[in-house]
Design a protein around this ligand. Structure first.
Ligand SMILES: *[C@@H]1O[C@H](CO)[C@@H](O)[C@H](O)[C@H]1NC(C)=O
Ligand SMILES: *[C@@H]1O[C@H](CO)[C@@H](O)[C@H](O)[C@H]1NC(C)=O
Ligand SMILES: *[C@@H]1O[C@H](CO)[C@@H](O)[C@H](O)[C@H]1NC(C)=O
Ligand SMILES: *[C@@H]1O[C@H](CO)[C@@H](O)[C@H](O)[C@H]1NC(C)=O
Ligand SMILES: *[C@@H]1O[C@H](CO)[C@@H](O)[C@H](O)[C@H]1NC(C)=O
Length: 933
């Protein structure tokens, strides 16, 4: 008999693998990816099944069955980057930008991604040192690790990245020197001969800027070292970047000495920031910098007598900032000045003479806190006034009148209400000083929109607003809102591709805004349907081959599992409690976390001798009693009946397991009793009874739509914990409304792990068991194959959701709720045509917002094939976003239930649940345990 039970699932498995697992994805890549993302939260909803390439998982791109790109920017992912990444050996692009919940260190194994071309981890939560193995990524051209919490030194090995174009380590906690190669053959950043960008600002780098860092073999365009602790003088070798360098930021360091005169050779330098240092001597001669637009040398110790003539004669110059120095003498404007000038800021110096020419001052001149402005009668001149703040700006409607939007939607410039993707767009060197001139903003808007359109991202329009100068970085920042076309929100693909354009610098702004950074905020309004899987012919062949290989491996694993099980069974004669029972205080045998041991006499005392009045439930497993501990704490005591008593080993396993499980949405174990032939589990008492009682009107707690959503979310989070965070993972196996309890605040707590099954690593995914569960909630695939996975719980959960939406039992008068909903549902109609089947009381009040999405999600959970169902984490995430749609904070607590009321609207006694008194199931499946309550 035993043997038959094992052969059958093997055959089913073989068939299953050969017929269904026709995957286009390389199996090694799939395994690596699964392992990589296993513990991530907020994964895209269409990450289901086993074929990321074939079924077009969001953010994942493949070439010849190999995963080549992970473009996951802006998806609110949470988790860590594990060493499993190394097995995606064909990976070219890895972008996790703007996922602030991605934390931990970067694994050294990242150095094995020999094909990696672009690595973008902008604005995540990564910390620790930058692994020197990154220096092995010989093909890397784009490396952006900015806005994380990396510390330690800049690894010298980065000097080996001979193809690197973009190096951005800005805004971290890096310290130590800027590494350059030395005569011991060690590499350094001076070897990056293809680099255009050194962005090392906003760190704690110290020591001098090595003169060896720059040479005429280099092609650097942007040298950004601002906001560090660099000392020494500006190396004159900077001038060897004669015809390449466009932006130099050395501001906010501790640089001293004079400015080397050779810098005057930098003929295409456009922006130079030397402010907030300890530079001294005369102002440098910049007459050779023909392209200079913006120069800031404020807050140093420059002590020129008279302001040099280049200030008014360089033909592209818009801005000269020389405030907070020791400049004296004359500012002579009588020779005129260029049309381009927008601002000369000389505040807080020691100037004594201002020669105004005949030309009218049409730029912003600032001379406050100079002797010129202390003379009588001049203090009301405009140039003696302290400047105004940046005028506000916000993109105007595009010739339409903006509607007033509800649900936190925002009107786009084209007057459509939508959820835009929002972030901060900052220029690290904005060469404009006339903030009243909005043509600059308009050009940025236009070029952005063009880029999104060119990249086929469904963008309706973009708007800019809230221009500010960020004081910490002196960057010029705008709020960018990107509005979706087609629908009112982006799906995951939309956000991650839009974010990619900005994180990977695909967008090229006008020169005056370069270089820029974009920091996206998290987007919570995902919409869109996951695409169905498609499979090509070649894919099927590859898949079949892979399937056979997988089968062989699985068969071996199953063999090992069976053998292991026999071994374990053989040793179960030993009662692990024997020693322990005799020596109660030693705590030797069971490994318990917090759970207490109770004697049988204790139990008797606490339950008033197991009084009838204390009974709060009963079922196939035995009775549940309410009890009170001596300290007044209420508990629920589950006393196993004779026939459902477990073996000692099993009971021990169960209490060990339960004692480790702690989550807000799971009923927690207080203790247990194992004495005098009794097995009892002592749980926390959950005061508001079961969800089933609430839905049936029995408990008098009226569940409005928001409460139902929150209960769904709570239960989903509890289950997610069991599946993903419990160690080992736990499959509940009996999710139903009578196993969801409600506490004082109507927070859902999942109860009764009595049937729970541990998932250990070796048997993950193919736990073979006798089928147990409750009719109506039971996953048909599990029933047919006896293969238990987490997805069986997802199925039951989908049924539970339908139960919540309809207040009908899963099987009522021979009708199966899943089929009934599918029968009437019509997505083209209002409320998906579900009026007739929904709980009528939900329709009486205001329309249940998000109900359509809720039912859609439920139907995804009850998909026939487990692989097509979402994970519990994905379910929880989607419910969260539905709750946000309703306009409620998913994490807010409901009022204590002392204030709840019985809704008169259902009080007609015809509540669907009340009509049918019992779950009546035939004995069709002898191993199914039915727990009517
Ligand atoms: C300016 O400063 C330099 C060095 O700090 C000093 O040698 C020089 O005499 C100063 N010149 C004037 C005019 O104060
Ligand atoms: C300003 O420059 C003009 C023309 O070079 C010159 O004639 C005049 O004397 C200068 N004024 C001062 C105060 O140096
Ligand atoms: C700034 O730009 C506005 C609009 O183009 C223009 O009217 C104004 O004169 C400019 N101001 C300065 C100081 O250049
Ligand atoms: C954008 O900038 C503002 C102001 O500096 C800041 O408060 C906000 O947190 C930033 N948003 C993101 C997503 O970084
Ligand atoms: C996401 O949206 C785009 C454009 O709106 C659409 O083409 C695509 O099919 C959607 N993807 C998913 C997974 O729904």
């Amino acid at each position: 008999m035993e043997q038959h039970h094992r052969v059958f699932p093997l055959l089913v498995l073989l068939l299953f693998l050969v017929v269904i697992v026709a995957s286009q994805t390389d199996n090694g890549d799939f395994t690596a990816l699964s392992s990589l993302v296993q513990s991530w939260k907020n994964k895209p909803l269409n990450w289901v099944g086993n074929d990321p390439c074939g079924s077009g998982w969001d953010g994942i791109r493949c070439t010849n069955s190999r995963i080549t790109e992970l473009r996951l920017a802006g998806l609110s992912l949470e988790g860590q980057l594990s060493s499993a990444i190394q097995s995606l050996s064909e990976l070219k692009t890895l972008d996790l930008s703007y996922n602030t919940g991605m934390t931990g260190t970067i694994p050294r194994e990242i150095g094995n991604l020999k094909n990696l071309d672009s690595l973008a981890l902008v604005n995540c939560g990564f910390s620790g040192p930058i692994p020197d193995t990154i220096g092995s990524l010989k093909k890397l051209t784009f490396l952006a690790l900015n806005s994380n919490k990396f510390n330690g030194n800049i690894p010298r090995s980065l000097g080996n990245l001979a193809n690197l174009d973009w190096l951005d380590l800005d805004d971290n906690e890096l310290d130590g020197p800027i590494p350059v190669s030395n005569d011991q053959g060690q590499s350094g950043l001076d070897m990056l001969l293809k680099a255009h960008h050194f962005h090392l600002g906003n760190n704690k780098l110290s020591g001098p800027i090595p003169s060896q860092l720059f040479s005429s073999s280099m092609i650097l365009k942007h040298v950004l070292f601002d906001h560090n602790q660099l000392t020494g003088s500006i190396p004159s070798t900077l001038s060897s970047l004669v015809s390449t360098v466009e932006v130099v930021r050395l501001d906010n360091n501790q640089l001293s000495g004079t400015v080397p005169s050779s810098l005057n050779n930098l003929e295409i330098l456009s922006e130079m920031y030397l402010s907030h240092n300890k530079l001294s001597g005369s102002l440098p001669d910049l007459t050779g910098m023909n392209k200079l637009t913006y120069v800031d040398m404020s807050d140093n110790s420059f002590n020129s007598t008279d302001i040099p003539s280049w200030v008014t004669s360089l033909k592209d110059l818009t801005t000269v900032i020389l405030k907070d120095n020791q400049l004296s003498g004359t500012l002579n404007l009588s020779n005129g000045f260029t049309k381009t000038l927008q601002l000369i800021d000389l505040q807080n110096n020691d100037l004594t003479v201002l020669e105004l020419g005949s030309q009218e001052l049409d730029f912003d001149l600032r001379l406050a806190q100079n002797r010129i402005c202390l003379e009588n009668g001049v203090s009301d001149k405009s140039y003696c006034k302290v400047p105004q703040a940046i005028p506000s700006y916000s993109t105007l409607p595009n010739g339409c009148s903006p509607p007033s939007c509800s649900n936190n939607q925002i009107a786009s410039p084209n007057c459509k209400c939508a959820f835009p993707y929002i972030g901060n767009l900052s220029s690290r060197a904005f060469s404009v000083s006339n903030y009243s001139d909005t043509s600059y903003y308009k050009d940025i808007e236009k070029t952005l929109l063009d880029t999104f359109r060119k990249q086929n991202i469904p963008v309706d329009s973009v708007s800019l607003s809230n221009p500010i100068k960020v004081s910490a970085t002196e960057n010029f920042q705008l709020t960018l809102s990107v509005f979706p076309s087609q629908t009112d929100r982006f799906n995951t693909t939309g956000v991650s591709t839009a974010a990619f354009v900005l994180s990977n610098q695909i967008y090229t702004p006008p020169d005056y805004f370069t270089p820029y950074i974009f920091i996206g905020s998290s987007y919570q309004h995902y919409g869109g349907e996951p695409k169905g899987s498609k499979s090509s012919h070649t894919g099927a062949i590859i898949g079949a081959v892979v399937a056979v290989l997988v089968f062989i491996v699985l068969a071996i694993l199953i063999g090992l599992y069976v053998i292991g099980k026999k071994r374990r069974a053989g040793s179960s004669e030993l009662n692990p409690f024997v020693n322990w029972e005799q020596n109660k205080n030693s705590g030797a045998a069971p490994q318990l976390k917090g759970a207490r041991w109770f004697s049988f006499d204790d139990m008797r005392k606490y339950t008033n001798n197991f009084a009838e009045a204390n009974t709060i439930g009963s079922g196939g497993y035995g009775q549940v009693y309410q009890g009170a501990l001596p300290n007044g704490e209420l508990v629920a005591i589950k006393r196993a009946g004779k026939e459902s008593m477990q073996g000692a080993v099993e009971f021990k396993t169960e209490i060990e397991l339960l004692s480790r499980v702690h989550h807000k949405n799971l009923v927690s174990l207080v203790g247990f009793c194992y004495e005098k032939g009794e097995q009892m589990l002592v749980y926390e008492y959950v005061p508001n009874g079961t969800l089933m009682d609430s839905l049936s009107g029995k408990s008098g707690i009226w569940m409005d739509w928001i409460r139902r959503l929150k209960v769904t979310l709570g239960a989903a989070r509890g289950l997610t914990y069991l599946h993903e965070l419990a160690d080992p993972p736990i499959i509940h196996r009996d999710i139903k409304s009578s196993n969801i309890l409600l506490d004082n605040h109507l927070v859902a707590k999942v109860a009764d792990f009595g049937l729970s099954k541990l998932l250990t690593d070796s048997d993950r995914g193919h736990v073979t068991t006798q089928v147990k569960g409750t009719m109506g909630y039971l996953d048909p695939e599990y029933y047919m194959t006896q293969q238990l996975t987490e997805k069986s719980d997802v199925y039951s959960f989908g049924v539970l959701m339908l139960e919540l939406a309809t207040s009908r039992k899963p099987i009522e008068q021979g009708k199966y709720i899943v089929r009934e909903v599918m029968k009437v549902m019509d997505t083209s109609k209002e409320l998906y045509n579900l009026h007739s089947i929904l709980d009528q009381s939900l329709l009486k009040a205001s329309r249940p917002i998000g109900l359509e999405r809720y039912v859609e999600l439920a139907l995804r959970c009850v998909k026939e094939y487990a692989a097509e169902r979402p994970s519990m984490a994905e379910v929880a995430k989607e419910i969260e976003s539905i709750i946000e749609l309703v306009g409620v904070n998913p994490d807010s607590e409901s009022a204590p239930t002392t204030e709840t009321y019985v809704d008169a609207g259902v009080g007609d006694g015809k509540h669907p649940y009340v009509n049918d008194d019992e779950f009546e199931y035939s004995g069709m499946f002898p191993t199914i345990r039915v727990d009517p309550q």
